[in-house]
Design a protein around this ligand. Structure first.
Ligand code: NAP
Ligand code: MG
Length: 506
């Protein structure tokens, strides 16, 4: 069905070079490609209100303030959640401080057993958690079911194994816990980010006060419930919900020994300033504008799937999204044509439908940000390829996957993090040019390289300034593999043996 032609070295695609000929697909309307709905039917039991999880209990916020957690695919309120003020954060820090001596003194093997129990309970409650994650955040059920929840459980399994083996990770030295850890996470992988924070902290003998993002607090609260169910002592894990002010109250609390933050570079810089000059340890996992580099010798069909995985996965709400695509000039027309063709086949819509590829944008504010960048790209003269024709639901926040060609390195869409399903496509001629342009960014979180040549892979991977470099694949995660950034993408690593370093004093 697809007859693509390779280019001849001219700038093709948008500049009128040889065009690949591909049969258009339509998944949106009637016909052979229309699928019947395949809704996930499980509905978790959700209480009308969730208090703050402090000292092993769900308690009402001292200020009596509550906020709604909304389903971004329907605009409906799912439930109300407590808004933690300074007094609540203080109470949570005290609970974590009180629980610290007992938790530290517990034999490491016993701590490990409790973490294994959390991992197994996450697996047992996986379906319920996946539905809740999708309802609260808008991501397709296929992803929350196959990626978020299994990886969150894997993170607890992995760190359970470290609990009684820490002295092997720090040979010849005695690792001690840091103390009370304040942990602040974003909305793009709510339960997974909570697992990235809580599992290593607990394995190393620390206690925590965790703040999930305002728009996606629910699975973190269930994690609190699970910690209680499996017998983690009260006060070891505390979860305070709220918005930026709650996060700031954690950052500024004098009883906190360490801050671990994942979120935007702007808030990360604010936190670094607040923490400077205090005894607090700090790790930051921040934004990115990651390059995905396709060489002419790559398997193009495989690379197209990597591009899809790199930027359209989770609506582009991925810190390490491959949002700058660099394509060797000779294959640019082929890549652009095949990308257009593939984008027509992505289904945008109800995240609880098992056929959905691209779900809802997490919030109205994030949708407005994405639309601002679409306007900026058009205004700066790039060409927007809007080929996806999915029929969108009437309510909720939606953005069809799209990409820009004719992008200059100075364009805002090539420099700034969009955090949506929008790709900036650029071309290059030589490997040196690809590396220079890929590294020309204040960020350095991740990168992708697609080529058939092993020697090229090693040469390029070693010259890219990025915390993770994926080779002939993209967005693959494993708890044993450290993740983190260069430059303005932050410092410190999460996962693997390197990630333990943030949670111990040696
Ligand atoms: P954000 O605005 O920085 O928020 C992150 C968290 O910080 C949220 O819980 C937020 O609360 C809280 N917060 C906001 N203002 C604060 C303040 N002044 N002090 C303390 N905490 C504060 O980021 P976002 O928009 O939610 O998330 C998207 C960003 O996260 C992107 O830039 C993305 O690249 C980055 N990210 C990075 C990684 C990584 O591993 N490097 C992973 C995921 C995401 P509320 O949201 O409740 O207001
Ligand atoms: Mg929500």
């Amino acid at each position: 069905m697809t007859t693509a032609t390779r280019g001849t070295g001219q700038q093709g695609g948008q500049q009128g070079g040889p065009q690949a000929v591909l049969t258009p697909l339509s998944f949106s309307g009637e016909g052979s490609w229309a699928y019947d709905p395949a809704p996930e039917r499980v509905r978790p039991t959700i209480r009308g209100r969730y208090g703050l999880f402090i000292g092993g209990e769900f308690v009402d916020p001292a200020g009596g303030k509550w906020f709604a957690s909304v389903n971004p695919a329907t605009d409906e309120t799912i439930c109300e959640v407590g808004e933690a003020g300074e007094a609540d954060v203080d109470r949570a820090v005290k609970a974590a401080r009180d629980a610290l001596p007992g938790w530290r003194a517990m034999p490491a093997k016993e701590r490990g057993k409790l973490l294994y129990r959390v991992a197994r309970r996450l697996q047992e409650r996986a379906r319920e958690l996946a539905v809740l994650e999708t309802m609260d955040g808008g991501k397709p059920i296929r992803e929350s079911r196959d990626v978020d929840i299994p990886l969150a459980a894997a993170h607890f399994f992995y760190h359970a194994g470290w609990a009684d083996k820490l002295r092997f990770a720090f040979a010849g030295r005695t690792p001690e816990p840091v103390g009370v850890c304040g942990q602040i996470i974003p909305w793009n992988f709510p339960l997974l980010m909570a697992a990235w924070k809580v599992a290593p902290a607990l394995a190393c003998g620390n206690t925590v006060v965790l703040k999930p993002a305002e728009t996606t607090p629910l699975t973190a609260l269930v994690l609190g419930e699970i910690c209680r169910e499996v017998g983690i002592p009260a006060g070891v894990v505390n979860i305070v919900t709220g918005a930026g002010a709650t996060g700031a109250a954690i950052v500024n609390h004098p009883g906190i020994d360490k801050i671990a933050f994942t979120g935007s570079t702007d808030v990360g810089k604010l936190i670094a300033r607040s923490v400077a000059g205090t005894k607090k340890k700090l790790t930051l996992e921040l934004g990115g504008k990651s390059p995905n580099i396709i060489f002419e010798d790559a398997s193009i069909d495989q690379a197209i799937e990597g591009i899809i995985q790199g930027i359209y996965f989770n609506q582009g709400h991925v810190c390490c999204a491959g949002s700058r695509l660099f394509v060797q000039e000779s294959v640019l027309p082929e890549v652009v044509a095949k990308l257009e063709h593939r984008l027509t086949s992505l289904r945008v819509g109800d995240p609880l439908d098992k056929n959905t590829d691209v779900g809802a944008i997490n919030s109205k504010a994030q949708l407005a940000t994405i639309e601002k960048y679409l306007d900026a790209g058009r205004g700066e003269g790039a060409r927007l390829h809007e080929v996806n024709g999915s029929a969108l639901p009437e309510r909720g926040n939606w953005c069809r996957p799209c990409f820009f060609t004719g992008v200059q390195p100075s364009h805002r869409i090539a420099r700034e993090e969009i955090f949506g399903p929008v790709l900036a496509v650029m071309s290059f001629r030589t490997p040196d040019e690809a590396i220079t342009r890929a590294n020309n960014t204040p960020y350095g979180l991740a990168a992708g390289v697609w080529t058939d040549k092993g020697s090229k892979i090693f040469e390029i991977a070693s010259r890219l300034k990025a915390g993770v470099v994926w080779l002939n694949t993209y967005n693959k995660f494993d708890p044993a593999s450290p993740f983190g950034g260069f430059k303005e993408s932050g410092f410190g690593r999460e996962g693997g043996m390197h990630g333990l370093r943030a949670y111990v004093r040696v």
